[in-house]
Write a new protein. Structure first.
Lengths: 80, 564
């Protein structure tokens, strides 16, 4: 399949998404409802991961270094 | 039992009984002295039906069937698609219930609300919320002969398929891959049409009575003798409608106290006939001889359900070609079983008569067996003969009994004369009795078209079900949105296909079904294959995980071997 430009390729990807989820058969307003719900869920997932994942990763790394390193560290330094 | 003794049974020798017959052990289970042993080695679950028959000595040529298994990711995504559509279905039903949206479906009036409901709304859930959304792919009005090419009336819908309007345009020369036109007899010119016109001028079109009263014309007698000669049986009887042949004659053959063993995927007419007969019905797995043998043994040993009396008769009901799967029945093994256990066989050759076999005489001819082994041979004239109606062939006593006792013979109007003449002419052409080689040409062309089309679709990487020799080719689509998309894309390319979905197939195995015809030329098939290739890439339908031949070896490919 030859795609002349990026727009055509993106249009084909959108078509595949419509076919696989089954949205293709629905009326346009139903498609909009599903797309907006899916988009908002994905946006919330991205925001939550942006805010919380670095903190959780840092806490996990410190936990494991404490377990394997054995150096006494106070809990105050962990919380800051 | 060794294979040589199975062959002896096939030739009609009786088997020597042991002195104590067959005994059940203490728990009531029957020991496994089966005729068709299942090999006990572990099989990789790659293909659903391994294509090696368990008694290869009964088959004169290789019996190759394939039903490739659904890829896991595709199955998961299909279920997800159906889940999303169900949620939206509930949403729309809610809006309709609370009158936020206009209701198009039939419902009762307000005064009738307190009575027992006439229209059960939930049962039509699938119909309302899934089928109607893609309904424009079915019931397309055909306004010409449904031959290899046809004309369709274009329709448009202002309210998403609830109602249709004609735009006024006619789509001309749409390639027809959906009609059951296996030998190409659906035409309005040529010897069959001329003979039918003469018959209309001689007899008129309507008969005006049933076979038993005043509707027995001499053309019906001629037709029945011809059909009996064609099939190789003693006598036959023709009916006006194929569905009615099954549903009205099985009740005349079996009754209370009889057992019907029917295949899992039998047609609705056979199921209806079996239920109307009020016999006990037991279902065996599709084309699975071990399952059938187990049912036969259990039935003979245990007898009728509560009284344990022996069954009055046991009737095995199978079809020649199953149209949703494209599979051919394992007839040699069934005949061996039937002779061993003394059951009767009812063979419905709706799709296989005229389409299989070197002489076009159906699945019995294809396997090279004796037609006298099949007790009741039934078939229809709709598919290969370009007419309408059905027939039953068998021994003379059976057919004489059916002439008096069949509901269809006593109450239904007999076949219309031009239709009967069309069958007579086309059957004579197939047998070669009209002096030309037209019949043999058509049979050879159908066989070549089937082999070519199946091979090319297989090589493209699409999942095709069924036997290699069957002209019915189901191609798997799986996802519900793809049924609608495939139908519409193919119509844009001027090709008409039939898509099949839930009630006729299991829920995730929806498919498109192609019917190859002898009237399709090689150019038409190539046009169709190119279109299917493009649409297959566009919709990502190439799910097959088998190895495919490399496309670059031009000089070594099999293309040159398939040229005429």
């Amino acid at each position: 399949m030859n795609f002349k430009n990026l727009r055509e390729y993106l249009a084909w990807l959108y078509y595949q998404y419509l076919l696989i989820t089954g949205i293709y058969v629905l009326e346009p307003w139903e498609k909009s409802i599903f797309n907006s719900i899916l988009f908002s869920v994905i946006a919330m997932v991205i925001y939550t991961s942006y805010v919380f994942v670095p903190i959780h990763v840092r806490l996990a790394l410190e936990f494991f270094t404490r377990m394997f390193g054995g150096q006494p560290e106070s809990t105050m330094t962990l919380m800051t | 039992m060794t294979e040589s003794s199975v062959n002896k049974l096939l030739n009609g020798d009786s088997c020597r009984r042991t002195s104590n017959g067959l005994k059940t052990s203490k728990n009531g289970f029957v020991k496994n002295h089966c005729l068709l042993q299942q090999p006990h080695k572990y099989r990789r679950p790659r293909d659903k039906n391994p294509n090696v028959p368990h008694n290869p000595s009964l088959y004169k040529k290789p019996f190759v069937e394939s039903f490739e298994e659904t890829p896991l990711m595709v199955a998961v995504l299909t279920y997800m698609g159906y889940g999303i559509l169900t949620i939206f279905g509930y949403l729309r039903d809610f809006l309709r219930q609370w009158n936020i949206e206009k209701r198009h479906i039939a419902r009762e009036r307000d005064e009738q609300k307190d009575f027992v409901p006439l229209y059960q709304d939930f049962e039509n859930f699938y119909n309302r919320n899934l089928y109607i959304r893609i309904r424009d792919n079915w019931n397309r009005p055909v306004c010409s002969v449904p031959g290899p090419k046809m004309d369709l009336i274009e329709r448009s819908t202002p309210n998403y398929n609830w109602t249709f309007e004609y735009t006024g345009r006619v789509l001309k020369d749409v390639l027809n891959l959906g009609s059951y036109n296996y030998l190409g007899f659906a035409e309005n010119k040529g010897p069959c049409a001329d003979a039918a016109i003469e018959a209309t001028q001689a007899y008129g079109v309507g008969v005006g009575s049933t076979r038993c009263e005043m509707g027995n014309l001499d053309i019906h007698e001629e037709l029945e003798q011809l059909v009996a000669r064609f099939l190789g049986v003693e006598s036959s009887m023709a009916f006006g409608m194929g569905f009615a042949t099954n549903s009205m004659n099985i009740p005349a053959l079996t009754g209370k106290g009889c057992l019907i063993l029917s295949d899992e995927l039998n047609h609705a007419s056979l199921v209806l006939g079996a239920r109307l007969s009020s016999s006990t019905i037991r279902v065996f797995k599709h084309n699975n001889m071990q399952s059938l043998e187990k049912l036969l043994r259990d039935a003979i040993v245990h007898g009728q359900p509560r009284t344990h009396r022996p069954w009055k008769k046991i009737l095995i009901v199978v079809e020649g070609i199953y149209s949703m799967e494209g599979s051919i029945v394992r007839l040699p093994e069934i005949i061996a079983l039937k002779k061993h256990y003394k059951a009767y066989l009812y063979l419905d050759e709706a799709h296989s008569i005229g389409a299989l076999g070197p002489n076009g005489k159906g699945v019995v001819d294809y396997f090279g067996l004796d037609p006298k082994d099949v007790d009741i041979m039934m078939g229809t004239f709709t598919k290969s003969f370009g007419a309408a109606g059905g027939y039953i062939g068998g021994k003379k006593e059976l057919i004489d009994y059916l002439r008096c006792h069949s509901h269809s013979a006593v109450y239904a109007t007999s076949m219309s004369p031009p239709v009967a003449q069309q069958i007579i002419t086309s059957m004579k052409i197939i047998m070669g009795e009209d002096g030309t080689t037209l019949g043999a040409d058509r049979l050879r062309q159908l066989h070549e078209n089937t082999t070519y089309f199946r091979r090319k679709l297989h090589d493209m990487g699409l999942i095709i079900y069924g036997n290699e020799d069957s002209p019915v080719i189901p191609m798997m689509l799986y996802m519900p949105a793809k049924i609608g998309a495939f139908g519409r894309q193919m119509l844009k390319k001027n090709i008409g296909i039939v898509g099949v979905g839930f009630p006729a197939t299991p829920i995730i195995e929806s498919r498109a079904r192609f019917c190859v015809s002898a009237a399709h030329t090689r150019e038409m098939l190539n046009t169709a294959l190119d279109a299917i290739n493009e649409v297959g890439d566009l919709l990502q339908l190439k799910y097959s995980r088998r190895e495919r031949p490399l496309p670059s070896l031009g000089w070594m490919s099999d293309e040159s071997l398939l040229k005429d």
